[in-house]
Design a protein around this ligand. Structure first.
Ligand code: CA
Length: 223
């Protein structure tokens, strides 16, 4: 899952970025509205953390432009003031949730998890796929109730597939959602991660669709 952080307070942006990375997200940071708008328009994000008071272009305008262009990723806004009018304008312009500064990082993470989950159509924090269970809160994976140890990248691939069950996901799409914009992307590494996931979760767990990508479906579990 890849998240864009648009925040002009450099230290705060770094703190949020660090917390998100530790929680298993891939992140990009923009420190002004212009760069934020550009990234949100050109890169596929699973969620955005958007500050409202930004240099160059303010957060509400950025949000409004994304929505006008048909960008539907969930957006959590950061508001500095306890003013209800800013929150109302935020929701009216297409925000999905907000936190007021100063905020607790755990709360931001919980709200973000819920947003990403809901945008994937999932109501519960535990995602089941046959014998595989993924806890979006802890990032823990179990197979038939037994814990499975995954590397950070394996977990990123699995998390993306678990959030998109029953859908064929291309290698390019997986690459775009597990690496940040500065990463030298090589979609061949995805094949390596899929191979390792199959070893750990059962060879029938992830299906290959020749030339199209991979899918994870409860009905395709190993028999
Ligand atoms: Ca600001």
């Amino acid at each position: 899952m890849r998240v864009l952080i648009v925040e002009d307070e450099i230290e705060l942006a770094k703190q949020i970025g660090k917390a998100l990375q530790e929680a298993g997200y891939t992140i990009d940071i923009a420190n002004d509205g212009e760069e934020g708008e550009f990234l949100g328009t050109t890169e596929p994000y699973d969620a955005v953390v958007l500050d409202l008071g930004l240099p160059k272009v303010d957060g509400l305008t950025v949000l409004e432009r994304w929505r006008t262009q048909g960008k539907t990723m969930p957006v959590l806004i950061l508001t500095a003031r306890e003013t209800w009018s800013e929150k109302v304008s935020g929701f009216d312009k297409g925000a999905d949730d907000y936190v007021t500064k100063p905020f607790n990082m755990e709360e931001l993470l919980a709200r973000l998890r819920a947003l990403i989950r809901r945008s994937a159509g999932l109501a519960k924090p535990l995602i089941d796929c046959g014998p595989i269970q993924f806890d979006t809160r802890s990032g823990k994976v179990t197979l038939d109730g037994m814990p499975v140890t995954l590397t950070a990248n394996e977990l990123k691939v699995l998390s993306y597939l678990m959030h998109h069950l029953d859908r064929v996901v291309s290698r390019t799409e997986l690459t775009e959602h597990i690496y940040d914009q500065d990463f030298d992307r090589d979609s061949n590494t995805i094949e390596v991660f899929i191979g390792r996931l199959r070893k750990k979760l059962g060879f029938g767990a992830i299906k290959t669709h020749r030339g199209r990508g991979y899918s994870l479906s409860p009905s395709e579990k190993e028999t």
